[in-house]
Design a protein around this ligand. Sequence first.
Ligand code: 5GP
Ligand code: ZN
Length: 122
Amino acid sequence: MPSPREDCLFCRLVADGDHVAAADGFVAIRDINPLAETHLLVLPERHVDTFRDIDAFPDEEAGRMLRFVSEAAEQAGLENYRVLVNVGAGAGQTVLHLHWHILGGRPDAGRIASALAAEGAA
Ligand code: 5GP
Ligand code: ZN
């Protein structure tokens, strides 16, 4: 596993954040600014800037990451939820460490709409 980036917020939260679920190579944390009743972030331990760089994950690890997204949602008691990845600043990505949003329960529709309306998304 490549070493964490010292200047990366999510590398730090992988190392010492408040994990609600964890598995080999992945953790889930609560979003600090939730867009829905339950808003989790799944973070891979491996630092990869964006989903565009998914090729950096061996196939087996990419598969386990998807399964962990599903497990983290299940462990949070969610049956119905959304999974979202913002790819690039123009699409609203503010932290350059690949992460999966899990949004469950009552959404904050206004905030989701404005988050999705990130200027320059193309
Ligand atoms: P993005 O906009 O990059 O797709 O998502 C980044 C997410 O990280 C945002 O939803 C934001 O609320 C969340 N976030 C930013 N800083 C922190 C933090 O220090 N702790 C946690 N738990 N979430 C954070
Ligand atoms: Zn990182």
